[in-house]
Design a protein around this ligand. Sequence first.
Ligand code: 5GP
Ligand code: ZN
Length: 135
Amino acid sequence: MNDCIFCKIISKEIPADIIYEDDHVISFLDIKGLNPGHSLVIPKKHCENIYSFDSETAQQVFTVVPVIARAIKQAVDANGINIGMNNEIAAGQAVFHAHVHVIPRYRNDGYQLWEGKPVSHEVSQDIADKIKKAL
Ligand code: 5GP
Ligand code: ZN
């Protein structure tokens, strides 16, 4: 993709702090991470988001994610790691080359997790049925 910033990082047209690379996957530091060490793991094959992951791409990317998580935890002495992926604008996606965030966390780093909303068993059963039908 010509105008994709992450494809340009893959082709080394623009610089990044690359921490891992193999034939299919690359990982580099986020330019504006939540905490130092916040990294992105991305497939080299351009795809917009998780919906277009085939099982091969999923296997390649999600095999690297725990490797990066362990290395970040050790390197920056994190108390925890969040793994996240924003898919589509409504979910906060800003760069449309699929990427998994690997975010080091500390007990008192001030970031909050989202709050859940309680849902009735009736509603959750209905949603579970709909999801199962969609699989
Ligand atoms: P999204 O909101 O799409 O899940 O996150 C995109 C992430 O990419 C953001 O956290 C942002 O800081 C990071 N990012 C955007 N442009 C660049 C860039 O040119 N280089 C690097 N290393 N990270 C970037
Ligand atoms: Zn791309």
